[in-house]
Structure formats: C-alpha cells, structure tokens
Design a protein around this ligand. Structure first.
Ligand SMILES: Cc1ncc(COP(=O)(O)O)c(C=O)c1O
Length: 397
C-alpha cells in the first residue's frame, strides 16, 4: 500500500483570532486608509512600523503593499537610476529581477554555489567587470550566504546592498538577523511567508535619507509626520519636493492583521524548523537525494524544503514529480523548461539580458522544492517524506 498525503501543501497559516478582531474593529470604524488625518495615535500602520523596527533592531521602518514594492522602493531610495547595474544572485524568484526591471535598471546575475547562495568570488568578479554599485541580495528560500564575505566585498568595492528577506524573517548569520547587513532590508507578508496578510511589505533601514525617500515615494501625501519609526522633519525637508508618489502604501487593514502575528514569530520559526529537519532527516537516508549544506553560522527559518535528485535526467525527475504529485505531494522543480507557480530561473526572465551562468544552471536543473505548511503534523511530515522516497524508487528502473 503506497503512502498518500491527505493535506493540501498550499494551505496558508491563518492569522490568529487577535488579527481577526483587530480587522473587524477597523472595518467597523471605516479607517482603512493609513493616512486618515487622525494622527499617529492608534494608527495601525504607524504602530506596526514602530514594532517591526524594534523587532529587527533598526531605526526606521516603512510599511508598503508588497515585498516587490519594498525592494523597488528600497533600491530607488538608495539611489538606483535608470540604466544603473544591479547585481543579483541567480537563485531567486521573478519579483526580484522584476523590481530591478521596474527601476529600468540592468540586472547583472551572479552565480550561486551548491549551498544555493551567492558565490562570493563570482560576486567580486561580476562587480569588478560590470562596475555595478548596487547588490540586491536575495535570501531565496531561506538560504543565507556567508554575509561577512558578501559585506566585505561590498564595503571594498563601494557597493550598496539591499537585502531581500522575503523568506528569512528571523533568520540569522553568525547571530546577526538578515535585514541588518545591507543598507536596507525588504520583507514580505504575502500569505506563504512567515506572516500572512495576503499582501504586504516592509522596509527597514538605519539610513535616515533612505527612510524619508521611501516614505515619500510610498505615497504619504505629505502626512509623513504620522509615521513614528521615521526620521526628523529636517530630513523630509531635503526630499519632499522631489520624490514621486508611487502609491505603494500598506493599508491600515493589512497592518492590523499583521501586528498580532509579530509575537508569534519565534514559535512559528521553531515549528517550521522542526518540520523541515524531520523531513530532511528522512530524505537524507536515500542515496540519490542530497540536501544543500547548512553551515553552523546559519540559523535558518525554512518555510519550504529544497533537495536535489542527483544523477537523474530531467525526464526521470519529472516522472518522480508526477508520481509524488499523484500521491498528494506536489514537488516544484526549478529545472523545468517553463516557469511554473513559484519556480523560475534566469532563462525564464526574458526581460533580463541573457547571461552565461553555467554553474547556477547546472545546480538549478536538478533542484526540487516542497512547500511546508505550518499546519503539517509530525505524522503528516513523515507521510510526505515517505511519498517522496517511494516515488523516487517507483520512478527508477
Ligand atoms: C524570494 C522572494 N522575494 C521577494 C518576493 C516578493 O514578495 P511579494 O509577493 O510580497 O511581492 C517573493 C515572493 O514570493 C519571493 O519569493
């Protein structure tokens, strides 16, 4: 009798009752727009910004409508101009090169290594060859690079780093949280991230000018004094006439749903880690499965699991995927010819100038990915692993 998982892996984590209560209260009040000319007292978005800045230990926070907007605004507020080159690690998702494209800037892709993170030697080589002065460092699927090496290269070559922390809320490298290495960190609260508000984004930074520019561009209608994790009026005075309003604010409703989730982060991350490591341990028993290494410096926060089926051809991998999907475990595959769902890689981003990435392509052509819903029980996690192992054995001659 084959194992079958009876749990939809696309199940998001529902916000807690406190989020529901806060949302209903706000809906009844009608104050859904964050700038209701009501001041900052009781303003959900302003309170969220204050609380999120404190969570990250950064001075300023700007709440916006998506992670993609957070990256776009952080890069623009950091000074990226049309035509500028922006370095980006090759393992990431479409909204990340999409944010660079939105700026009419040029994406310069950097190779990854077998750990699925940016290769510091290629970062240096690409930075020197292109002269790029910006790096969008995407901590894709929660894999954190050697951030000291990355930071050293950026400091030496005068590169401004913006971190994409959509998958690393709470993750650390050598004890330092992601989002604190770069000039700014961009987060997402889209449903499949550590916090679920449907859509949402947050920027954190210690740079007063970047924060003021991002707030003005997010669309604050000169009501920026209502922000409480923001720089002084003198800083806004430098920029308020010259920043376009891009209308990318977070609504008060999203902030109200998000705030009660902040204290849940440590418990959520601990459970995600438990589920991930439980499945990983079982998968490692198969000789054809390899998982990316996790060095001791990395305290990871996995909301998904990545593995390689080593030595298998693309048709063989696709046969395993078809079999496991039929048994309730839809594996996502980064090596496919076309982008599907939440998987894509450089050749699929036709708006990015084609660039040779032999090492990343070889790695991603074997990369599989499974979403790990927080609601998965231990026994469901075991079933999930058993389905994968059985599908692998079944599909092989
Ligand atoms: C790695 C990564 N960065 C950024 C984003 C953008 O987040 P959003 O969907 O909130 O725009 C995503 C979205 O899934 C993502 O996977």
């Amino acid at each position: 009798m084959r194992a079958k998982l009876d749990f939809d892996l696309a199940t998001p984590e529902a916000p807690p009752q406190a989020s529901v209560d806060a949302a209903v209260k706000l809906l009844k009040s009608g104050f859904l727009f964050r700038y209701a000319e009501m001041g900052s007292e009781g303003n959900e978005a302003a309170l969220l910004e204050q609380e999120f800045a404190a969570l990250l230990g950064r001075k300023y926070c700007v709440a916006v409508n998506s992670g993609g907007s957070a990256m776009f605004l952080a890069l623009k507020a950091a000074g990226v101009q049309p035509g500028d080159k922006v370095l980006l690690n090759a393992f990431t998702l479409a909204p990340v090169p999409g944010a660079i494209e939105h700026l009419h800037a040029e994406t310069v892709l950097v190779e990854i290594n077998a750990r699925l993170v940016i290769d510091p030697s290629d970062l240096r080589a690409k930075a020197e060859a292109s002269g790029a002065k910006y790096l969008l460092m995407s901590h894709m699927r929660g894999h954190v690079a050697d951030m000291e090496a990355v930071q050293e290269i950026c400091d030496e070559l005068g590169i401004k780093m913006i971190e994409d922390c959509a998958h690393t809320m709470g993750a650390t490298w050598n004890g330092v949280q992601t989002g604190k290495f770069g000039l700014a960190g961009a987060f997402s609260s889209q449903s499949y991230k550590q916090f679920n508000t449907g859509e949402g984004g947050l920027i954190v930074t210690d740079d007063a000018d970047l924060a003021a520019r991002a707030i003005l561009m997010s669309g604050s209608y000169m009501l920026y004094p209502q922000h409480s994790a923001a720089p002084s009026e003198a800083v806004f005075a430098r920029w308020k006439g010259s920043m376009a309003n891009h209308s990318m604010r977070m609504s008060a409703l999203v902030a109200a749903i998000l705030r009660p989730q902040l204290p849940l982060l440590p418990a959520r991350n601990a459970r995600w880690r438990e589920v991930h490591d439980r499945i990983a341990k079982r998968l490692r028993t198969h000789q054809l499965i390899r998982l990316p290494q996790r060095p001791n410096e990395e305290d990871y926060t996995p909301t998904s699991l990545q593995f390689f089926m080593e030595g298998l051809s693309q048709p063989q991998i696709e046969a395993v995927i078809a079999d496991s999907t039929a048994h309730g475990v839809p594996i996502k595959f980064f090596g496919g010819d076309t982008p599907e769902g939440f998987t894509s890689r450089a050749p699929h981003w036709e708006y990015v100038k084609p660039q040779p990435l032999p090492r990343s392509e070889a790695i991603l052509s074997q990369l599989c990915d499974i979403r790990l819903p927080l609601g998965l029980s231990d026994s469901q996690a075991d079933t999930l692993a058993n389905v994968l192992l059985e599908s692998l054995n079944e599909a092989l001659p």
